[in-house]
Write a protein that binds this ligand. Sequence first.
Ligand code: URA
Length: 364
Amino acid sequence: MSRIFINYRRQDTEGYVGRLYDHLLKEFKPHEIFMDVQNIKPGGDFVQALEDAVSECDIFLAVIGPHWLTVTNDAGERRLDEWNDYVRIEIELALQYEKIVIPVLVGGANVPAPVHLPDSIKNLSRRNGLTLTHTRFGTDVEDLINFLRDMLPTHPTFKRKADPAVIAEKTAKLKEVRQDLINAKDSPLYDYRVAQRYYPVLGEGNVDANIMFVGESPGEKEAVSGKPFIGPSGEILDEMLAGIDLKREDVFITNIVLDRAPENRDPNKVELEYYGKYLDRMIDIIQPRVIVTLGRFAMYYILRKFDLPEKKGTITKQHGMLIKTEAHYGDLHIMPMYHPAFVLYTASKKEVLQADFEKLTIFI
Ligand code: URA
């Protein structure tokens, strides 16, 4: 995943950026550093491609050299003012997305004064810059790396396996939740469940999982068996998990709504509120470090639950983003993803979902 985005102007700082990249590689993996937007397909929307890349980063480094403000095109127009200048557009997006934006100053450059900047990026002047000097390049980059280490979301490894007593306790508590759900006569879908002889679908997997998946609601197959994600969406989920060497038993899989709704319709407000309480109990018991929301209903529920600013964003913008928050038991990351069913209808999204799953590997 591109956690660090390096924004630079080739004519201005290509050499410095090459050196910076080599130093960063000592600390970060290549896929954690994003430098150049490439492979925009013919007909592809380049602003969308830049937006996708910038929205995924955690920290945005704007590398500014001595000619950054003044480089011109063949017509003598300042590059920074060109309508399609990648450098300015990327900075606009980073400021818009409220990323951590750090001006990295090289070749004796200073943070540009607002008067020299296009209106859309004037706020860049207010960011404190970090200078990389020629003579102390290695040490200066070391300072930058220390800063990045502090600022980036933590890289938790798999939780240490809880001792058998804790696992037994968690299993017993989840059983209680299941029992409450079975007996929940006040649940909005209880009558339908009983009439259809369906099971409620609480969820399954590792009761002490690091990663918890929250889907939308059980389909017919799930309600008949009482197991989540065993239909066509489940096949996609299994494939995605296998792609990053995970098995169902490694994670916990559940839904935001725990009973099947008639005709697989979208969950309504009453159902989301009602079953949300059961999901909250499961989160409290399992205490995952990452909650992956599959589809917009789960995304909005979880982002609202933790009252995160992203609760207003769309899944198109936020899928694959690692959103850091605090649960009462410690650090928690939320990663919204598309629902596997969306991939069934829109095959081109499969690669997007795969790429988002890749990002989970930092938690494995
Ligand atoms: N099966 C589930 O369990 N949940 C979904 O969201 C879709 C299919």
